[in-house]
Design a protein around this ligand. Structure first.
Ligand code: ADP
Ligand code: MG
Length: 711
């Protein structure tokens, strides 16, 4: 047997790739909504996975439901009604009865108009969901349902029934869950299941994964819970495996880019750390710097992302990395997303480099031409050792003499194109990206799977964690007394109001809210001075108000959410967030980050109404429990779901159909290790036994990533 690469050829035309409309019983009428749902071929249909299952192996007679919990019941719709609600929205209510003589109410608040047509009085359905007690009877909100074939269906227990994602267009052509079950059943019966095994044998053995075809059959028609579990695990693994293989091969390609060889910590860097910095690096900062030193000495281009919470000290790490380039005789750049931030960084970097006798230049839009020309000349001649700028830095006109390393701050605010441009600038500098938006590890493995990621997971010493308390209206006096005590000690406080409606900009109602708040506080906190800022003020008015707070003329700053990044008043030790239940977790975390910047103990009061969703309560509890941005974003991701959390949608990566980066993090980790091992051993996927893996990869990799079809 030779180990020659598999020949590159088109996959054999097979029944798997036959278009769905060509199968009897499908036809154009059904094919259209199917295509819209992503099902073009038989292969796609097999991978149209159930959204959920209705476990009919344990059906509970309604009368036996004695306490709240999850149940499956099978019963007849005895009555159906639309109950008008507030805002013109009606809810759908079904009264369901069964042979046990019990009655259960099923309620839908969303989609009631559409759903009411799906349920007929006198018909029998299975309902699965959480039953809660209201008064003397139980009801289920938004249960999963399945229409049973006939009235004797109550007897058909003992099966796990797949429920498929649907929608009006599919329902219209008979493709409700029952329709899908019938279609898939018939297709498998007539055309069989003979998909070549796409996971390498070794991977299957090592991770105890069942055969692909067995899994596909079982995901649609599981015999029991255990079999379904094995099938789902295998298919999730497969999805993650191919996603990670894509990332591993992309990364492998990048690592092959030659990069200038730096020599780690040299004279300038050492002096910066020893003489210029007024503090010791944290352990986390040191670890990240060591990694950067190793990356940049490897001869390959660095492509590293550093994640670190607000205030963890990323800038210093960036500057030290820049100095490693300068030590090796190269120039360094620092790119930031806004002019305000860029000027702030420029002042910092220049302050660090000047004592070392090094030259720093600022490059932003709107500089006078004469000045700009002078700066460009200094960059081109090498006279400027470091350049701090906005994306003006990556313009073609900006020619460095020998750029060795570039820091990209707040990288998520730059587009992919801008980042790619930095990679290709000059002789391809090492690139160090930094982000203050912590991304949970599981998501980072997907979105940034092609980058090296380091975390600064430790705060500088001496910072005291902010004490956070959730208070209801009843304890307002207590909160005000506390604030007063802090003010008496010379500290300052923020009070923040959320936007009333979820919208891009402030409305008059929002301003009113804050204005009323400010008026009440002036009264309650007399004689302390209260200042107000909101988004509808003119910018000079805002600036003046901010200056009065910064300068200590005002003790309390009442604000709408306009106080975002950039406010830095170390003397402020109290943050009061009104209507905290309305804020998202990330925003709460950012707002709270405005205090706790000096050495004094700081406090955060989350004023929240009792009338709030379970999810709001979880958010508020997370805020009380931790000040760690990573933990907070883990919770945020869990509460919101991966699709909603930023990043995944825009990442250009293939959609996950069955796997979930949060819930299936363990499988993700396993699949990632397996994929990276294969990619390292066989980057061309051309070893014997990998033929089907290679074919599947070639067929599914997004074309935009430039992997030629290899199948
Ligand atoms: P971020 O990670 O949010 O960009 P910065 O780099 O702006 O954080 O650092 C926040 C503050 O902490 C700065 O004032 C910086 O000088 C200070 N700092 C950074 N590292 C340390 C350290 N190891 N010890 C003490 N203070 C530090
Ligand atoms: Mg920063």
């Amino acid at each position: 047997m030779s180990a020659a690469p598999a020949p590159i050829s088109a996959p054999p035309a097979s029944v798997l790739d036959t278009h769905i409309e060509q199968f009897p019983g499908v036809g154009e009428r059904r094919a259209e909504p199917l295509r819209k749902a992503g099902v073009k071929t038989y292969r796609d249909l097999l991978r149209y996975y159930p959204r959920r299952y209705l476990d009919r192996t344990t059906v509970t007679p309604i009368r036996q439901i004695a306490e709240p919990g999850e149940y499956t019941v099978v019963g007849e719709v005895a009555a159906k009604g639309m109950i008008p609600g507030r805002g013109g929205r009606s809810r759908l209510e079904l009264r369901v009865t069964d042979d046990s003589g019990g009655t259960l109410k099923c309620v839908w608040f969303r989609g009631a108009n559409y759903l009411q047509r799906l349920y007929q009085k006198g018909e029998t359905y299975a309902f699965h969901g959480k039953a809660d007690k209201y008064g003397s009877s139980f009801s289920m909100a938004h249960p999963d349902t399945d229409r049973l074939d006939d009235a004797t269906a109550a007897l058909q227990t003992g099966r796990i029934v797949p429920l498929y994602p649907g929608g009006a267009a599919l329902e219209k052509v008979g493709l409700n869950s029952r329709g899908f079950r019938r279609l898939i059943y018939r297709m498998i019966k007539e055309h069989g299941l003979a998909i070549p095994e796409v996971l390498p044998e070794s991977v299957r053995a090592q991770h105890d994964l069942i055969d692909g075809n067995v899994a596909l059959r079982a995901v649609h028609f599981p015999r029991d819970v255990a079999e379904r579990g094995r099938a789902v695990r295998r298919l999730k693994f497969e999805e993650f495996f191919f996603l990670q293989l894509l990332l591993a091969l992309t990364k492998g390609r990048q690592e092959k880019q030659a990069g200038v060889r730096l020599g780690g910590v040299g004279g300038y860097t050492q002096r910066f750390l020893d003489e210029v910095l007024p503090f010791e690096l944290t352990g986390a900062q040191r670890r990240v710097l060591e990694t950067i030193a190793a990356d940049t000495a490897s001869g390959h281009q660095m492509n590293r992302l550093v994640q670190g919470d607000v205030g963890s000290g990323k800038t210093v790490v960036g500057v030290a990395a820049m100095l490693m380039a300068v030590d090796a005789g190269h120039q360094a750049a620092f790119m930031a997303p806004t002019e305000i931030l860029t000027e702030q960084h420029y002042a910092n970097v220049r302050g660090f480099l000047e004592p070392l006798g090094l030259e720093t230049r600022l490059l932003i839009g709107g500089q006078r031409k004469a000045l700009r020309d002078e700066i460009l000349a200094e960059i081109a001649s090498g006279e400027a050792h470091a350049v701090v700028g906005t994306h003006a830095i990556i313009e073609d006109k900006v020619e460095f003499q020998n750029l060795g390393l570039a820091v990209v701050d707040e990288q998520h605010r730059f587009g992919v194109v801008q980042r790619a441009k930095m990679f290709k600038k000059g002789q391809r500098p090492h690139v160090l990206m930094m982000t203050a938006t912590p991304i949970p590890r599981s998501l980072a493995m997907t979105v940034y799977g092609d980058l090296d990621v380091s975390a600064i997971d430790e705060m500088p010493a001496g910072r005291k964690p902010i004490e956070t308390k959730v208070y209801s209206e009843k304890r307002r006096e207590e909160m005000l007394d506390f604030v007063k005590r802090q003010l008496r000690e010379g500290r300052q406080a923020y009070v923040v109001y959320p936007l009333v409606e979820e919208s891009e900009s402030e409305t008059l109602a929002d301003v009113k809210d804050a204005e009323n708040g400010a008026a009440e506080l002036s009264e309650a906190l007399r004689p302390y001075r209260v200042e107000l800022v909101h988004g509808r003020m003119l910018s000079y008015e805002k600036e003046e108000a901010m200056d009065r707070f910064k300068g200590g003329e005002a003790d309390v700053l009442v604000a709408t959410t306009v106080i975002e990044v950039g406010v830095d008043v170390p003397n402020a030790t109290v943050m009061v967030i009104e209507h905290a239940e309305r804020f998202g977790l990330a925003q709460l975390h950012q707002l709270r980050g405005r205090v706790g910047r000096g050495g004094d103990q700081s406090y955060c009061f989350l004023m929240a109404s009792y009338k709030r969703s379970a999810e709001s309560t979880e958010r508020l509890e997370a805020m009380e429990a931790t000040t760690d941005g990573f933990e907070i974003s883990e919770t945020d991701l869990r509460l919101r779901g991966a699709g909603d959390f930023f990043g995944t949608r825009q990442s250009g990566l293939p959609d996950l159909k069955i796997a979930d980066v949060v819930k299936d993090a363990e499988i993700l980790t396993e699949a990632r290790a397996a994929a990276f091992a294969i990619a390292e051993a066989t980057p061309a996927l051309d070893a014997p036994g990998l033929e089907a893996t290679r074919e599947h990869f070639g067929r599914t990799a997004p074309k935009s990533l430039g992997f030629a079809r290899v199948g």
